[in-house]
Design a protein around this ligand. Structure first.
Ligand SMILES: [Zn+2]
Length: 240
């Protein structure tokens, strides 16, 4: 057991007070950060859906212009066959006529495909524009909510800085071994490393402290930790 003085325990108690303040504000600010990133993920999810829509639109646009090109190529073929018709002999004439006829029928099919794609393209375009607008609105709304959160927490951040500085200052007065112990226990116990013993009860875990240990704590000459919750124990009356 490490030797300890009343002065050490007094510093530990002060350090614990500063630690509680710091941990409380830190955990509040952590919750705030989580709220902010939750808002951010709403935006990311929306953007993902928007990108998917944009991609669908690009695909249908390409299909549409391919179909349009196909119609034009078919028209060219009809035009070319019609020009050849004028100088064709009787055998070729019949062949060309059939070819023209086939291509005209094909034109109808191609045009139907084109129109169907065009309709889909226009509907996707409309949807895309609507969603883009909504995305702009949502972005503005979320940015303003995030700024609101930031401005509301300015004073908390300042308070945290003050408490952290105060904690540093107190910690400077503590010997490094005790400070290490304090930090280790605090980290494992959510910011509580030093607790009072009252009526032979540890106020950290509310378990009974054995009589011999209780006497040791009251004597305040060595570092005593709770046998149940491991926290550093002190007795308030022994500090005065
Ligand atoms: Zn305990």
């Amino acid at each position: 057991m490490a030797d300890i003085t009343k002065a050490d325990v007094n510093i530990l108690v002060q350090l614990q007070k500063a630690e509680i303040e710091t941990v409380e504000i830190e955990s509040y600010l952590k919750g705030v950060e989580e709220k902010k990133s939750l808002l951010e993920s709403q935006l990311t999810d929306f953007k993902k859906a928007l990108d998917k829509l944009q991609n669908d639109f690009d695909i249908i646009s390409k299909t549409c212009s391919d179909a349009d090109l196909e119609v034009k190529l078919n028209d060219d073929r009809i035009e070319k066959s019609s020009a050849n018709l004028k100088k064709a002999n009787s055998k070729d004439y019949a062949l060309l006529l059939r070819e023209i006829d086939n291509n005209k029928k094909r034109r109808e099919t191609l045009e139907n495909i084109y129109l169907k794609n065009l309709e889909e393209k226009e509907s996707k375009e409309k949807e895309l524009k609507e969603q883009e607008q909504l995305f702009v609105q949502l972005t503005q709304k979320i940015r303003s909510q995030q700024e609101d959160i930031d401005s509301k927490t300015i004073s908390d951040r300042e308070r945290l800085k003050e408490h952290q500085e105060q904690r540093e200052k107190i910690a400077q007065n503590l010997n490094p071994y005790l400070l290490n112990r304090f930090n280790e226990i605090s980290q494992m116990s959510g910011g509580i490393a030093v607790v009072e013993v009252r009526d032979e009860l540890c106020r950290g875990c509310f378990m009974n402290i054995p009589p011999q240990l209780y006497i040791e704590i009251r004597r305040c000459t060595s570092l005593i930790q709770c046998p149940h919750c491991n926290k550093i124990l002190y007795h308030i009356e022994s500090l005065s």
